[in-house]
Design a protein around this ligand. Structure first.
Ligand SMILES: C[S@@+](CC[C@H](N)C(=O)[O-])C[C@H]1O[C@@H](n2cnc3c(N)ncnc32)[C@H](O)[C@@H]1O
Length: 234
């Protein structure tokens, strides 16, 4: 699977993409991540990527030409990409979005900066607009890394055990995960729940399912499907 991340700050992303899961996924040849600086697609002496907003107001806006030239060059070279525009005005990113994206061969992520990107970039090409949540970051780099990591860990073979991805929050029934424990068995007077050391796999599964259900009800009732909510109320 090939990711192209279009950014003005490739050096900020480089160490992260070489570390941990993303580093391993690339070393295994399952994922390839290209960090593409769209400043390289400017045509003027000053390598200008931004300009003042028409209509006035604070800040600068990213110009359309270098971005579109960069995207078109990548598509000529590699073929079509599923194109994601990172913006607070996009659809909130969810685990199910990651599950859909893992079916793609090539994903392009465009990181905005400053006041944002000239609207004609959005109009000129087909984009999925993705938001990381209802807050404003200085750039699309952290969202791009988050999407790349969430999708990459779903590529078969990237995680040590592919079942890990299936048993996590937002997967399966869509609720939250159950609590986890490891050694020591007693830590600062707090003992691991007895059932987890009972060796009774049926009881362990039932305990985990119950904890996950209670946690979801208490913290994220919005994740419970309507039909289940109605059932619980009966
Ligand atoms: C300072 S923000 C621009 C915010 C924009 N003027 C607005 O109010 O919606 C600069 C860039 O950061 C990225 N960004 C900031 N917050 C984001 C979020 N919650 N989700 C995705 N991208 C975000 C986008 O790429 C955006 O173009």
């Amino acid at each position: 699977m090939f990711f192209a991340i279009l950014t003005l700050f490739p050096e900020a992303l480089e160490p992260y993409t070489r570390s941990s899961i993303l580093g391993i996924a690339q070393a295994k040849g399952l994922v390839e991540i290209a960090l593409v600086d769209f400043r390289d697609f400017t045509r003027d002496r000053h390598r200008t990527v931004d300009d003042r907003p028409f209509g006035g107001g604070p800040g600068m806006v990213l110009k359309p030409e270098p971005i579109l030239d960069c995207v078109e060059w990548l598509e000529r070279r590699h073929g079509p990409f599923r194109k994601l525009l990172l913006t607070p005005a996009g659809e909130p990113f969810r685990q199910e979005t990651a599950r859909k994206l893992v079916e793609e061969e090539r994903i392009l992520l465009l990181c905005g900066r400053y006041e944002g990107i000239d609207e004609r970039v959005r109009e000129e090409l087909e984009w999925d607009e993705i938001s990381m949540g209802d807050f404003v970051l200085a750039g699309g780099e952290l969202p791009a890394l988050a999407v790349t990591e969430a999708v990459s860990r779903l590529v078969p073979g990237v995680l040590g055990d592919d079942r890990s991805a299936e048993s996590e929050s937002f997967e399966g029934g869509g609720g939250l995960d159950h609590p986890h424990y490891t050694r020591p068995r007693v830590f600062r007077g707090r003992a691991v729940p007895e059932v987890l050391v009972s060796g009774d796999h049926g009881a362990i599964e039932a305990w985990r399912a119950g904890e996950a259900r209670d946690r979801t009800r208490a913290r994220r009732p919005d994740l419970i499907p309507e039909e289940l909510k109605a059932e619980n109320e009966r």
